[in-house]
Design a protein around this ligand. Structure first.
Ligand code: RAM
Length: 356
């Protein structure tokens, strides 16, 4: 696992009219295969490490395609490292539902648990117990409480995501003015709450003074609940200019509601989502632009971080540097956070280039 691969990755860069932080993150398949072959041969020489490496992923909920995409990256990393991978989790996105999974994985003595927190505090005692039992904890996507993880792998800079959500709302609202509302995931989600907090600060800036945040509702990353909440927003706010949904489930549900109710194009929609789930809505103009990061790489990086913690290559101490094949060099930041990289903005011009 102690690999120092200084590879010049073939990154595809796309241009954005309005966003400086978007970058394509696609990697060449041939390079990935070459790296996979190389890693497999190195791991084969180290059977003891193989026996120890057993990483379980616990997403917010298992029926969310976003986490299945992350799992593809995790599986790829597991293959390269000769480790095992499994994904377990609840069907509803609550902290209470995640706790028994953490307890089970602790009993099973997996070497690491990667978890996207539905509720940072509700799962903290179970995670601390797992750590006390020698299990490494890697938060990914949505952070557990501080002290309950070894490293949190953040998908992108929190400040940048929040600011970009406001900028996209400004782009979509006529003359950057009017009522906007947020359709979020669960009210306890660490990631969405952090982005919303940045949005609220950003909206205080003079250039956004025409935007009026009138409501924030929670669809719990459940399609039916998200659709109901989107309908509720339309009824409660007849002058709504933009819905901002910083959740891959919520944005797809809201798009469906806008089309079903004849509001597509009248009420704008933006936020965070997976390109495959939003391709049709982006092409027909229901959504003009939205953002996300390379979700597969999030799972891939998270598995590597878990493996490096298990092998003691890193401890999660701020300032530690490490390398991950194909992705490059990382440094553990304050609060033991590692940031994957910049997000990507999708629109009708580029969406066909992505398949996840
Ligand atoms: C949903 C989840 C996840 C979030 C994405 C954008 O799938 O809430 O935590 O990162 O949306």
């Amino acid at each position: 696992m102690d690999m120092d691969m200084d590879m010049d990755i073939g990154m595809m860069r796309l241009q954005s009219k309005r966003h400086t932080w978007q970058r394509a993150l696609a990697l060449t398949t041939s390079l990935s295969l070459a790296v996979a072959a190389l890693m497999t041969s190195v791991v084969a020489a180290s059977p003891a490490a193989q026996a120890r490496l057993n990483v379980a992923f616990l997403p917010k909920a298992v029926n969310n395609p976003y986490f299945d995409t992350a799992a593809r990256g995790s599986q790829k990393a597991a293959g390269e490292l000769g480790g095992s991978f499994k994904q377990v989790g609840p069907s509803e996105a609550t902290g209470a539902a995640q706790v028994p999974f953490i307890q089970d994985l602790t009993t099973q003595k997996v070497s690491a648990i990667a978890v996207s927190a539905d509720d940072p505090d509700a799962i903290a005692p179970a995670l601390r117990a797992a750590r006390a039992a020698g299990i490494k904890i890697v938060g990914y996507d949505s952070s557990p409480a501080e002290g309950a993880y070894d490293v949190f792998v953040n998908q992108a800079d929190t400040q940048g995501i929040g600011e970009s959500l406001v900028q996209m709302a400004c782009d979509e609202a006529p003359n950057c003015a009017g009522d906007i509302a947020i359709l979020s995931a669960t009210s306890t989600a660490t990631n969405q709450n952090a982005w919303i907090a940045v949005m609220q600060q950003t909206l205080q800036q003079a250039q956004y003074s025409g935007l009026n945040l009138v409501d924030t509702v929670y669809g719990n990353d459940d399609d039916q609940t998200s659709q109901q909440q989107a309908q509720g927003l339309l009824q409660a706010h007849p002058n709504l200019a933009v819905i901002v949904a910083p959740t891959s489930v919520g944005i797809a549900s809201a798009a469906k509601v806008l089309e079903d109710t004849g509001n597509a194009g009248k009420v704008q929609l933006t936020g965070l989502g997976t390109p495959n789930s939003l391709k049709a809505y982006t092409k027909d103009g229901t959504i003009k632009e939205f953002a996300l990061w390379n979700v597969e790489n999030l799972g891939y990086l998270t598995y590597y971080v878990a493996a490096k913690l298990v092998s003691s290559e890193i401890k999660g101490t701020p300032g530690e540097a490490f390398s991950v094949p194909t992705l490059g060099d990382y440094t553990v930041g304050p609060k033991s956070v590692v940031v994957l990289g910049p997000p990507q903005v999708f629109n009708a011009d580029n969406i066909d280039q992505f398949n996840f």
